[in-house]
Design a protein around this ligand. Structure first.
Ligand code: BGC
Length: 686
């Protein structure tokens, strides 16, 4: 089945936030939100760039947004756009070709635009604008580049300027608070004569024409960003040629990565959107990794979390290992930041940042949410105590190595990551009277319960991941790590305390969890007074209860089902489900994956469907305490893909051989799955 486009017709103003995130375009380096160009900053228009950050005074450090080259304004005798209400309006995202189309029909003119960031390309954003007369009309179109942009913790450009270049291009240039030079150059070709204009924060051209009915003004714009003067790749010379190439290469990438699902239009659309959303994050150029909110802007400080290794990497391992390698490379490059963090907290080895930027230093604030009632910051312990991040990084690296067989990466710094992560946990563990190692005062994935002892996910992940790595490396001649050292890792891992399922089969999420108030989420939610209320931490309402934010024990079982009996998997799924808020978009996919392992396929598909529709529906939380957390949800997209590939198809990739052990519900029989093996596109029918 051909993928349908994602459509939003005659949307209402409340829909704009959802559209902005679901209709993003991008190429892993830059992106642009699905906002209406003529409204610019007013609708939080964002020309995003991954990997260049800035801090203004004592505000949160965040990625810069680039100067916006897509602005326009139209005047006719009937008034000005923006300012007039169209008769009909539409956004259409062609997910197969990575192009966003808009159409607004007014009484006298029809305005169409298209935009895309060339797939696999550099810091480029291209746009076409067409204004067609529906009746004879005098049209004045101004098209511009603006320095007046949306920023959360800005302004990031205390110095900025606009100018014309000799070849007629326009330039916006600025220097960030941290001294980075940022330029956006806009070159445009128009069908009509033009006049330059320069205002305080806008530079561009005016196109004026007396149009007869059916005639049009056409503009093609090529925007290019440069950081510190670096040309990552030359900007395309011709719009149409760049569009043609992008169209074909995106189509190929999309067709080679998608699954064709029988008889379920909604799920197909959701899964296509997941694949689309992941493809636009695939960066083929720099080891900048993928922020939790992808290309949707500055939320969460543009930081990289465990989301990348646990939720996003599996997609790239099965579809594009070049991107996967760069994701892993990012953690190798940022090892110094992790070493520094460990030292700052009084430990050895590599304690990776809970929120990591380009240098790997911890950027998670100690007061990461606010109380919406008082506006007071709330002390959270994510940075200090969410120690599972290091084993998640270790897992990601080993998954890449096992999937690709690329042992070279261990020599190129990977083995240092493994070593330093093990060293960190050894120094962080305390030896109990039982002769076993315990991790005290931690935060598990749940996050609402802070400073707990022996979080099941953390303890078991550290143990299992080290055991699995040692067994793989021994088979492979040690990967450059002395055998004796591997033996020490193993002795440590085997001495880590593991929560066993109790008599009822339940694994306690942390020491004392089962003693907390037994209230299910459905009942608990009635206690919430303010939808922005933060439920965790010292004063949070969830803290004294069993209510959890997201999959925790369930995530562990979903990732390591082979370590537990099917009975234990089932019992824990059933036990934790009613306590789970699902406040994080990461949660559904882990419940989906575990449901698949339990053979509860209806449920697995339900969770997967929810996950795929996260951004299309736009129903996720917009606030954590008083802090805005809106944006796109890459981990939900990656998680949905994980549910399909790993959960339902049982795909396992080892040294570029993909094996399947499908577990498909009847109604999905006939599914066609496309993936790559050793870089070669394959299709398998189930
Ligand atoms: C979740 C984390 C996640 C982060 C970024 C938080 O709300 O609790 O698990 O890593 O969002 O997606």
């Amino acid at each position: 089945m051909r993928p349908r486009s994602l459509l939003a017709r005659n949307y209402s103003p409340e829909d704009l936030e959802r559209i902005a995130n679901a209709f993003l375009v991008g190429n892993g380096r830059v992106g642009y939100k699905g906002t209406r160009e003529e409204f610019g900053k007013e609708e939080r228009a964002t020309f995003s760039l991954i990997g260049t950050y800035d801090q203004r005074e004592d505000k949160w450090r965040e990625p810069i947004n680039l100067f916006d080259p897509l602005g326009f304004r139209i005047e006719t005798s009937l008034g000005t756009i923006p300012g007039r209400e169209p008769l009909r309006r539409e956004f259409r995202l062609d997910m197969r070709h990575g192009i966003l189309y808009r159409k607004d029909v007014y009484e006298d003119v029809e305005v169409r635009t298209e935009r895309f960031c060339p797939y696999g390309g550099g810091l480029h954003l291209l746009q076409k604008i067409e204004v067609r007369a529906r009746k004879d009309a005098k049209v004045l179109l101004s098209s511009f580049l603006t320095t007046d942009i949306h920023e959360i913790n800005g302004p990031h450009f205390p110095e900025k300027s606009l100018s014309f270049l000799e070849d007629g291009s326009v330039l916006a240039s600025g220097v960030t608070n941290e001294g980075r030079k940022v330029e956006v150059i806009l070159r445009e070709e128009g069908s009509h004569g033009r006049r330059p204009f320069l205002e305080k924060e806008r530079v561009g051209y005016l196109y004026e024409a007396d149009l007869r009915q059916g005639e049009r003004i056409l503009l093609r714009k090529i925007g290019e960003a440069r950081i510190d003067g670096e040309i990552e790749e030359e900007a395309p010379l011709s719009y149409e040629e760049a569009r043609r190439r992008h169209f074909l290469s995106f189509e190929r990438a999309f067709e080679e990565a998608r699954a064709i699902l029988p008889r379920d239009g909604e799920l197909q659309k959701g899964m296509d959107h997941a694949v689309y959303s992941l493809l636009i994050l695939g960066n083929h150029r720099k080891a900048t990794s993928i922020p939790a909110r992808g290309l949707s802007g500055q939320v969460y400080k543009g930081a990289i979390f465990w989301d990348t290794e646990m939720f996003l990497l599996p997609f790239f391992l099965l579809t594009d290992q070049e991107v996967a390698r760069l994701l892993v490379q990012y953690r190798i490059n940022t090892l110094p930041g992790a070493l520094l963090k460990a030292r700052e907290f009084g430990f050895e080895g590599a304690f990776y940042a809970w929120e990591s930027q380009e240098d790997g230093r911890e950027r998670c604030s100690l007061y990461n949410v606010t109380d919406p009632r008082t506006g007071e910051p709330i002390r959270t312990y994510f940075a200090d105590c969410q120690i599972h991040i290091s084993i998640d990084v270790f897992h990601g690296l080993m998954e890449y190595v096992r999937a690709s067989g690329d042992l070279r990466i261990l020599e190129e710094g990977g083995k240092d990551v493994l070593r330093e992560v093990v060293r960190f946990y050894r120094s962080r563990a305390s030896l109990g009277e039982d002769g076993l190692y315990h991790f005290k005062g931690v935060i598990g994935p749940d996050e609402y319960h802070e400073l707990v002892d022996d979080n099941a996910y953390t303890n078991a992940m550290v143990r299992f991941e080290i055991e699995d790595a040692v067994s793989y490396l021994r088979k492979k001649g040690y990967g450059g790590i002395p055998g004796e050292e591997l033996g020490e890792w193993l002795r440590f891992a085997r001495a880590i305390y593991l929560q066993k399922p109790g008599k009822d089969g339940v694994i306690e999420q942390f020491a004392g969890y089962l003693g907390l108030e037994d209230v299910r989420y459905e009942e608990f939610r009635k206690r919430i007074e303010d939808p922005k209320e933060y439920l965790g931490g010292k004063e949070g309402k969830a803290t004294p209860t069993r209510v959890i934010k997201q999959a925790d024990v369930v995530a562990l079982l979903a990732l390591h089902p082979e370590r537990y009996s099917r009975e234990a998997l089932r019992k824990n799924l059933r036990f934790y489900e009613p306590y789970t808020e699902g406040g994080s978009s990461l949660s559904n996919s882990m419940y989906g994956l575990l449901s698949a392992w339990c053979g509860n396929l209806g449920k697995a598909v339900r969770y997967m469907r929810e996950s795929t529709l996260t951004d299309i529906r736009g129903s996720k939380k917009m606030f954590a305490g008083g802090i805005y957390i809106g944006g796109s949800h890459p981990a939900a997209m990656g998680g949905a893909y994980l549910d399909l590939a790993r959960g339902l198809l049982g795909a396992r990739i080892e040294e570029n051989k993909v094996r399947f052990s499908p577990n498909l519900p009847k109604e999905m029989k006939g599914l066609r799955y496309r993936y790559k093996e050793g870089g070669i596109p394959k299709e398998r029918k189930f």
